[in-house]
Design a protein around this ligand. Structure first.
Ligand code: ATP
Ligand code: MG
Length: 303
């Protein structure tokens, strides 16, 4: 287990920002933490980094304390609210980061060039940061987070300032880092982005981790099979044992709830055997938005 928390809690005054969170991440996962504003996502990330001291409970990275310096050196962090030294150039800032990470001098320039390339800022590194747009600053902060090839990378809303091209670039970048074996912990409100990048998900609300698991588990449940037919004679379906899975039945359409694609061939076979004309077949997976609303729904949001 790369990351493990045991009953991890943080209370601010009387406000339990995180409440007895038991979370686990294996190496190589891209883990997306989803939850409404104020749910406790950033607080959790800061505790995982050792930046916020837990009120109770434990954080273990590779079975060790998060405050172990050797562990800290193998993590990277893009904070949700970051400020860069605006009077420096991007190159100067990254040299400062590289030194802080303890990179040897001969490694620094190639690491910086590679990070700038990965975030799409190559060629702009001689400019002062104060002249950078918000999105460029976010890219630069990300370059700073990956400069030292961390094994574990925390990204707290990494695309909040980015345009659609920038978001796609970050998705691609996450793909590259994943191939390198980097484990990534991502906080994001952009569900489509999470759906495209994450291998695992956790849902948090009001400081409580509601559920965590592989993304497939959330998206494969309850798929809808939509069968287009025409002038359907309902008598053809008499005695059909799958009628309990029916969501919609009209002369032109049959919609069924299916748990996995494996059920589809036998359903179609049966309909053909009964003489039902079939013009088209579609499977609509439930999107993450529906899953999110089901799990968090009206219970979500600031209290
Ligand atoms: N330093 C702090 N002092 C007091 N309360 C805090 C502090 N940091 C966070 N909180 C409170 O803890 C709760 C969780 O905040 P957190 O920033 O972790 O939420 P979040 O899920 O990251 O929200 P968002 O999606 O808006 O970024 C909120 O009620 C917030 O007001
Ligand atoms: Mg946050």
């Amino acid at each position: 287990m790369l990351v493990e928390t045991r009953d991890l809690s943080k209370v601010y005054g009387h406000n339990p920002a995180c409440n007895k969170i038991c979370l686990s991440l294996e190496e190589g996962q891209v883990f997306g933490l989803l939850g409404p504003n104020g749910a406790g996502k950033s607080t959790l990330v800061k505790m995982l980094l050792g930046l916020v001291w837990p009120s109770s409970g434990q954080v273990l990275i590779k079975g060790q304390s998060v405050n172990n310096l050797a562990i800290k050196k193998t993590t990277g962090y893009l904070p949700e609210l970051f400020r860069l030294y605006e009077w420096l150039t991007a190159q100067e800032l990254l040299v400062f980061y590289a030194r802080s990470y303890g990179l040897a001098k001969h490694e620094q320039s190639s690491a910086i060039a590679e990070a700038l390339e990965l975030v799409g800022l190559r060629g702009r590194e001689k400019e002062k940061i104060k002249g950078y747009s918000k999105g460029m600053q976010q890219r630069l902060a990300l370059a700073g987070a990956i400069l030292h090839h961390p094994q574990l990378l925390f990204l707290d809303e990494p695309t909040s300032a980015l345009d659609p091209i920038g978001r796609r670039d970050i998705r691609d970048l996450i793909g590259i880092l994943k191939k390198r074996g980097t484990t990534i912990f991502l906080n994001s409100h952009l569900l489509s982005e999470v759906e495209m990048t994450c291998t695992h998900l956790g849902f948090i609300n009001k400081g409580q981790l509601i559920v965590q698991g592989a993304i497939k588990q959330f998206l494969q449940d309850n798929q809808q099979l939509v069968i287009e037919t025409g002038n359907l004679d309902a008598n053809l379906l008499q005695g059909w044992r799958l009628k309990n899975k029916l969501l919609e039945l009209t002369p032109d359409k049959i919609v069924l709830n299916v748990e996995s694609k494996n059920e589809v061939p036998s359903i179609i076979n049966e309909l053909v055997r009964r003489g039902v004309p079939i013009y088209n077949i579609d499977i609509n997976s439930r999107g993450l938005e529906e899953v999110f609303l089901d799990l968090i729904g009206d219970k979500g949001g600031l209290s």
